[in-house]
Write a protein that binds this ligand. Structure first.
Ligand SMILES: C[S@@+](CC[C@H](N)C(=O)[O-])C[C@H]1O[C@@H](n2cnc3c(N)ncnc32)[C@H](O)[C@@H]1O
Length: 220
């Protein structure tokens, strides 16, 4: 299978996965989405000021969301310790990190991530991609560990198995009590499943002309 490169409305690149029938980012703007749907609602700048951030990049893909968060965090606090754990099951998309050049300052370091090197360590930053089915890999993660979760599977219509109550329960387990989860979807089923897992949800930002995303927390 090959992936087809496309240019989104903010003039940044992503890929279309023709066998899934979806692109890896919103066509309204791939980099804009990383910033406005993930880094900003998860308050990465504020977390950077505390000196330490742990991020779960759920469905890592090309890694735009966490690369954007690292860029913002280091701009705010160059000494910030940052740990990113990415979950991804497809080596092909990881291989395609070499084919894109989004205007995300930290992304140049993400080029070190390849199908044969799934870890990047540089100064106070460590990024590890755990390869395999995210539904299983999440069970290996420690409890109450993450400050922010970027929840970015393909859509609930295409992959309902990645938006289930047990998966949101798994997110609840690995989130710190203060953590924020952000996702692009505002589907009713997604929000109901979050609630059933004990999470509180609210509208996330509206980006482009689409509906809002969703943010979820363990507190109201
Ligand atoms: C919407 S894309 C994520 C885009 C990504 N966040 C980025 O910035 O490039 C969804 C990703 O989920 C991955 N995926 C699909 N099913 C998965 C599964 N069961 N476990 C882990 N990853 C999965 C796909 O390979 C794809 O990279």
């Amino acid at each position: 299978m090959t992936l087809k490169k496309i240019i989104t409305a903010d003039n940044t690149e992503t890929f279309l996965n023709e066998s899934v029938g979806e692109s890896y980012h919103s066509q309204t703007g791939a980099v804009e989405e990383a910033l406005k749907k993930y880094a900003l609602p998860c308050k990465i700048k504020e977390l950077a000021a505390t000196g330490k951030i742990r991020i779960l990049d759920f469905c890592f893909g090309l890694g735009y969301n966490s690369a954007m968060a690292i860029s913002i965090a280091l701009e705010e606090n160059p000494d910030c310790e940052i740990e990113v754990i990415g979950l991804e099951n497809d080596l092909l998309i990881l291989d395609n990190i070499q084919q894109v050049n989004p205007p995300i300052p930290y992304f140049e370091h993400y080029k070190q991530l390849t199908p044969t090197n799934l870890e990047l360590k540089k100064g106070n930053v460590i990024v590890t991609v755990l390869l395999g089915d995210a539904r299983e890999k999440v069970k290996e993660l420690p409890e109450k560990y993450f400050d922010a979760v970027f929840y970015d599977p393909f859509s609930p219509k295409t992959m309902p198995e990645l938006w289930t109550v047990p998966l949101f329960e798994a997110m609840y387990r690995v989130m710190k009590d203060s953590a924020i989860l952000a996702t692009y979807s505002c589907a009713r089923m997604v929000r109901e499943n979050m609630s059933a897992a004990g999470l509180f949800y609210d509208d996330g930002p509206i980006v482009g002309r689409r509906g809002p995303g969703t943010i979820a927390t363990k507190w109201i």
